[in-house]
Design a protein around this ligand. Structure first.
Ligand code: DQA
Length: 145
């Protein structure tokens, strides 16, 4: 069974309580539960990690090359700042799908730039929990290439 690495970046552990007017009331546990349902139906396995630490995310991606067939990542605030995460994705060469709950292009200007998008196969932004579901389906479609 093919494995997909799912990474949730900083502060996503606070979903449900964090700025609900932007991110809604859905919790990370609920998102993970829904992702697992899709994974079971599509017969792929997921390793899901949330981290608030850039270096930890870089380490995880760096070690993922031979273990995972795709990466689904919401880099959260690191989307806009992390050359290190971008370089890790480029270095490992794993097909990557970037997701965001909110539409980053309709928010503050500093969120309009994603350092990750150029090294991802694609980006889904603005559909709440459905960004993750669509992102996982996109990642699964890449496994067939
Ligand atoms: C986010 C958008 C980012 O700009 C923000 O820093 C986040 C969450 C999203 O999912 O909408 O933490 O990635």
């Amino acid at each position: 069974m093919k494995k997909i690495l799912v990474i949730h970046g900083p502060n996503l552990d606070l979903l449900g309580k964090r700025e609900p007017e932007i991110y809604g009331k859905v919790t990370l546990a609920k998102i993970n539960q829904e992702l697992q349902k899709v994974a079971r139906a599509k017969k792929v396995s997921l390793k899901i990690v949330q981290s608030n630490h850039e270096g930890e995310i870089v380490d995880l991606i760096g070690k993922s090359k031979d273990k995972f067939a795709a990466l689904l990542i919401n880099p959260a605030a690191y989307t806009h700042t992390s050359v290190a995460i971008r370089d890790a994705i480029a270095a490992c060469g794993i097909p990557t799908v970037e997701v965001h709950l909110s539409n980053i292009y309709s928010r503050e200007e500093f969120r309009h730039i994603s350092l990750i998008a150029p090294v991802a196969r694609g980006q889904i932004s603005g559909f709440g929990i459905n960004s993750y579901i669509l992102g996982l389906l996109a990642a699964i479609s890449l496994l067939k290439e």
